[in-house]
Design a protein around this ligand. Structure first.
Ligand code: NDP
Length: 239
């Protein structure tokens, strides 16, 4: 059955792979983009591309309205948009801490808040948040990012409790090292250091995260809520 799906940060990387996976499975997908234009692939996939900066509540509301006008109430939300502003704590300006929290945590709050009304009315829904192995392990130079991604765990688990009796699940994926622009920005030494700690001894492709997100949004995952599902090649084992 085709569902109305909304994916934030869907113009590249993991978000685009997620949008592609749902679209190829026959769902009606709205993806958001922020800077630049809509991704070329959106038209080919039959996805609706809507502009949305998740730090702006007005844009989030308009994006949800546009998505719902085209596809009906959102039944699956994938909150994926995220940024890094890495720096050791002593050198980290408060603006960089606040900016990462505003996008990665408060941004997710804004988007989730927009779609839950429709899900409550329908008495069903799937919310999947993109956290990170770093939210559980921590990482030097990423105190802001780790705090935002760990914050998502408490957020999702609270929603799992608030919304569960209405047939709405809320889960997280916690990816490890995925080949996207975000990790392409790392130096060779950092990449090698990270890879040496991955039991599967390789990085992930965005499609591998997308497959897990689709699983959490599927009927097969109907009895899973409040879960953190690692997709990290074993990097974060034990958490
Ligand atoms: P990319 O940097 O490739 O893409 C990030 C996406 O988020 C882009 O679409 C970007 O839009 C969007 N975005 C950033 N800020 C905002 C904003 N304020 N409003 C709306 N959209 C925004 O990253 P990835 O694909 O690698 O990451 C996707 C998610 O996965 C993130 O939440 C990230 O933290 C998480 N993750 C990634 C891992 C990895 O190894 N790559 C590992 C673990 C988690 P724009 O193009 O306009 O910048």
């Amino acid at each position: 059955m085709s569902r109305s799906v909304l994916v934030t940060g869907g113009n590249r990387g993991i978000g685009l792979a997620v949008a592609r996976a749902f679209a190829q499975a026959g769902d009606r997908v709205a993806l958001t983009y922020r800077s630049g234009g809509p991704p070329e692939e959106a038209t080919r996939l039959g996805c609706l591309a809507v502009r949305c900066d998740v730090t702006d509540a007005g844009q989030v509301e308009r994006a949800r309205e546009e998505a719902e006008r085209a596809h009906g109430p959102v039944e699956v939300l994938v909150a994926n948009a995220g940024i890094t502003r890495d720096q050791l704590l002593l050198r980290m300006p408060e603006e960089d801490f606040a900016a990462v929290l505003d996008t990665n945590l408060t941004g997710v709050f804004r988007v989730v808040k927009q779609v839950t009304g429709g899900m409550l009315q329908a008495r069903r829904g799937r919310i999947v948040l993109v956290s990170s192995v770093v939210g559980l392990l921590g990482a030097a130079g990423q105190a802001n990012y780790a705090a935002s991604k760990a914050g998502l765990v408490g957020f999702a688990r609270s929603l799992a409790r608030e919304l569960g009796s209405r047939g709405i699940t809320c889960n997280l994926v916690a990816p490890g090292f995925v080949e996207t622009d975000m990790t392409r920005a790392l130096g060779e030494k950092q990449r090698a250091g990270l890879l040496s700690r991955v039991p599967l001894a390789r990085s992930a492709q965005p499609e591998e995260i997308a497959a897990t997100v689709r699983f959490l949004a599927s009927d097969d995952a109907a009895y899973i809520t409040g879960a953190v599902l690692p997709v990290d090649g074993g990097l974060g084992m034990g958490h």
